[in-house]
Design a protein around this ligand. Structure first.
Ligand code: GCB
Length: 592
C-alpha cells in the first residue's frame, strides 16, 4: 500500500486536529448516525488514554468513537476520493455518514476506504471512527479480558508497555485519478559500481507505464517503460548506514503523452546479506549499536509527534547509535522515512509480542497452560499474525533503512507447538520479501539447549537480563551466565548473534557507591559488564540496549510509574550511563 503523497496528479488533505469523542457506553446505539453526545473532545494523532483525567476513559475496555466533519475539496470532481487511517489501535470501524466504509483489525498498520461514490466534491460528510482496544487470545498482540461479577471488564496482556489505544497516527483524505498507480515494489542490487533497480508497478485502468529514477538533485539518472523492469544507475551513490543517499522512482501512467497519474517513491540502493556469522550491508560487516525503543511520550501515549521524532533521532546521533528495533510493533511511517533520510538502520518488528504464557509484564514464570494450544495461541492467532506480516511488508518493503524483519518478540520458542506455529509464518515472510533476513527476539528461558525454531531464521537476537531479573545486583555471577550463554549459542549455530535487549531499571538521580540496582552507577556497571563480554566474541554483530527511554507500563508492583530501563528518561534527559555509552559507540561507528 502506497503512502498518500501529494504529486502533480494527487492531492492530500490532513484530517488531524480536534475531534469529538465518546465511549461506547455513553454513545448509545449506532453512534455514527448522529452527532456524538457529551462534551468530550480529543486530539488526533494521539492515544486517547492520557488526554483525559477520568479513569473511566483511561481504563475503558471496548469501543470508543471519534467524530468530525470533513469537507471534500471542490476541485476533486472526477477524481477518486480515498480516506486513509495510518493506524487505529487495535481495531477500527469507519462510517461515512450512515455507511460503513472500512473495518480493520491490527493496531499498527494503515487501511483505506474509497469514498468516491459516497461523497460530493465541495460537500461535507460526517466521519465517525470506532476504535476498539480489546486484546484476546486470537489478536496480535494477544491479551485476556476478564469480566468481574459486577460486570466490570478488565484487560490484561502479556507485554509490559501500556495498552495505549485510539488514533495515534494521522488520518488523511486524498485524491487520485481513476487510472492510478496502486503499488510499487523496488529492490536494489549493485554490480561493477552500478546500481541495479528492479521495479514492479501495480495499477488500475488502461495506461502505459514510464519509470524514471531521479537523484537527490532531481536529475534523471535512469529510465524505462513497462510495469516491471530493471534500471541501471551508473556511478551509483549507495545508501550507507550513517551516510544515507536517496533516489526517487517516478512512476507515470501515460495515455499518449498525457500523464494520467504520477507517484514518486523514495528508495536507496543498498544490499543486505547474512553470510556465515556476518551481517553485511553493501557487502561490509555491520555492527549494530542502538536500542529497542517504544513510541511513547507523556500525554500523547503512542501518538506520533514530529518534534519528538526529530529530537529522538538527534539523541541517537549524539550517542552514536547506528540502529534501532521497532519494538514491539511497526512504528509510524514517518519514523522509517526519517531513518531512510538519516542513514539509521532499522530492525522492523511485528506487533507479535506476548506469544508466551511464561512471561508476565517482563517477569518470568512457568506457564501453567501451554502457549500454543486450541485455547491459547491457535490457528486463528496465527492467521492474524500472518495477516499482520502481510500488511507490514506491504507497507515497509521499500525502505532502505529496514534491513531485517523481526517477526515476534519473545515467543515461547522453547515450547512444543512453536515450530508448527512459526514454520508457515517464516515461509510467508520469505515469499513476500526474499531480500531481507528474518529474526525473532529470543526470551531468556528459550536457551541454546531448548529453543525449537532457530534454524528457521537467519540471525540470533537475544533478549537477556543477567544482572537484572537473573542474578539481580550480582554482576560477577551475571557476567558468568552471559558468557556461558553466548558461548552456548555460538557452539550451536553458525549464524550472526546479537543482543536485542539487555538493560537495568534506573531511577534518574539515584546514586550509590555499591552495586545497587536502580541506581545510575549500577546501570553503567551493568552495561560495561555486558560490553566487556560482547567484545570477547568476534562472532557478535550487535548490541541494542533496552531501552532508549523510560516508558509507560500497565500498573504493577515492579514498575514505578513505568519501565525505567531507559538510557534517557521519559522526557529525554540523559541518565549518566548515556555519556559512557556515547564514548563506546562513537568509537565503534558502524563497523567493529
Ligand atoms: C522483555 C520484553 C520487554 C520488557 C523488558 C523488561 O523481555 O521484551 O518488552 O519491557 O523485558 O524491561 O522487562
Amino acid at each position: 500500500m502506497l503512502k498518500p503523497r501529494s504529486t502533480a496528479t494527487r492531492e492530500l488533505v490532513n484530517l488531524d486536529g480536534i475531534w469529538r469523542f465518546a465511549l461506547d457506553t455513553d454513545a448509545g446505539g449506532e453512534p455514527w448516525a448522529r452527532v456524538l453526545p457529551g462534551t468530550l473532545d480529543v486530539a488526533v494523532p494521539a492515544s486517547y488514554n492520557d488526554q483525559f483525567v477520568d479513569a473511566r476513559v483511561r481504563d475503558h475496555v471496548g469501543w470508543v468513537y471519534y467524530q468530525r466533519t470533513v469537507r471534500v475539496p471542490r476541485g476533486w470532481a472526477g477524481e477518486r476520493v480515498v480516506l486513509r487511517l495510518d493506524a487505529a489501535t487495535h481495531e477500527g470501524r469507519v462510517h461515512v455518514d450512515d455507511t460503513l466504509v472500512a473495518e480493520h483489525v491490527g493496531g499498527y498498520t494503515p487501511f483505506e476506504a474509497e469514498l468516491t461514490d459516497l461523497v460530493r466534491p465541495g460537500g461535507e460528510f460526517r466521519l465517525t471512527v470506532g476504535v476498539c482496544n480489546e486484546l484476546t487470545n486470537t489478536s496480535i498482540p494477544p491479551g485476556t479480558i476478564t469480566v468481574a461479577r459486577n460486570g466490570r471488564r478488565t484487560q490484561t496482556y502479556l507485554h509490559d508497555f501500556y495498552n495505549y489505544a485510539g488514533l495515534a497516527r494521522s488520518v488523511w483524505l486524498y485524491s487520485t485519478p481513476r487510472t492510478r498507480v496502486d503499488d510499487i515494489v523496488i529492490t536494489t542490487g549493485v554490480a561493477d559500481g552500478a546500481g541495479l533497480v528492479d521495479y514492479r508497478v501495480a495499477y488500475s485502468g488502461e495506461a502505459r507505464v514510464r519509470a524514471t529514477v531521479l537523484d537527490a538533485t532531481g536529475a534523471e539518472v535512469a529510465a524505462g517503460t513497462g510495469d516491471e523492469g530493471s534500471l541501471r544507475i551508473e556511478g551509483v551513490r549507495l545508501w550507507q548506514p550513517g551516510a544515507a543517499y536517496l533516489y526517487r522512482l517516478r512512476v507515470e501512467l501515460l495515455d499518449g503523452d498525457t500523464v494520467l497519474d504520477r507517484y514518486e517513491e523514495p528508495f536507496g540502493v543498498r544490499t543486505v546479506e547474512v553470510r556465515g556469522r556476518e551481517f553485511l550491508i553493501n557487502g561490509e560487516p555491520f555492527y549494530f549499536t542502538g536500542f529497542g525503543r517504544h513510541e511513547d511520550t507523556p500525554v500523547r501515549g503512542k501518538g506520533h509527534d514530529d518534534a519528538y521524532l526529530v529530537h529522538d533521532f538527534q539523541l541517537m546521533e549524539w550517542i552514536g547509535a547506528n540502529s534501532f528495533r521497532t519494538s514491539h510493533y511497526p512504528y509510524a511511517e514517518e519514523v522509517l522515512e526519517f531513518a531512510d533520510r538519516h542513514g539509521i538502520v532499522v530492525i522492523d518488528e511485528t506487533a507479535a509480542v506476548g506469544l508466551n504464557l511464561g512471561v508476565q509484564g517482563g517477569l518470568t514464570g512457568r506457564p501453567t497452560t501451554p502457549t500454543f494450544s486450541p485455547d491459547t495461541c491457535n490457528d486463528e492467532t496465527r492467521a492474524a499474525h500472518a495477516q499482520h506480516i502481510r500488511e507490514l511488508i506491504a507497507r515497509d518493503k521499500n525502505h532502505p533503512s529496514v534491513v531485517m524483519w523481526c517477526i515476534a518478540n519473545e515467543p515461547a520458542s522453547n515450547e512444543d507447538g512453536a515450530r508448527e506455529y512459526f514454520e508457515p509464518l517464516v515461509e510467508l515472510a520469505r515469499e513476500l520479501d526474499p531480500t531481507r533476513p528474518l529474526t525473532y527476539a529470543i526470551v531468556l528461558f528459550a536457551t541454546f539447549r531448548n529453543d525449537q525454531v532457530i534454524d528457521l531464521f537467519d540471525v540470533v537476537s537475544l533478549n537477556r537480563y543477567y544482572g537484572w531479573y537473573v542474578a539481580s545486583g550480582d554482576l560477577a555471577t551475571a557476567e558468568d551466565y552471559l558468557r556461558q550463554d553466548l558461548r552456548g549459542w555460538i557452539d550451536r549455530v553458525d549464524k550472526p548473534i546479537m543482543m536485542t535487549e539487555y538493560g537495568a531499571d534506573t531511577q534518574a538521580g539515584l546514586h550509590s557507591v555499591w552495586d545497587q540496582p536502580w541506581t545510575e552507577e549500577y546501570q553503567t556497571a551493568f552495561l560495561e559488564m555486558h560490553h566487556r563480554v560482547f567484545d570477547e566474541f568476534p562472532q557478535f554483530v550487535g548490541e541494542q540496549i533496552w531501552n532508549f527511554a523510560d516508558f509507560q507500563t500497565s500498573k504493577g508492583v515492579h514498575r514505578v510509574d513505568g519501565n525505567k530501563k531507559g538510557v534517557f528518561t521519559r522526557d529525554r534527559r540523559p541518565k549518566s550511563t548515556a555519556f559512557a555509552l556515547r564514548a563506546r559507540w562513537k568509537a565503534i561507528g558502524c563497523r567493529k
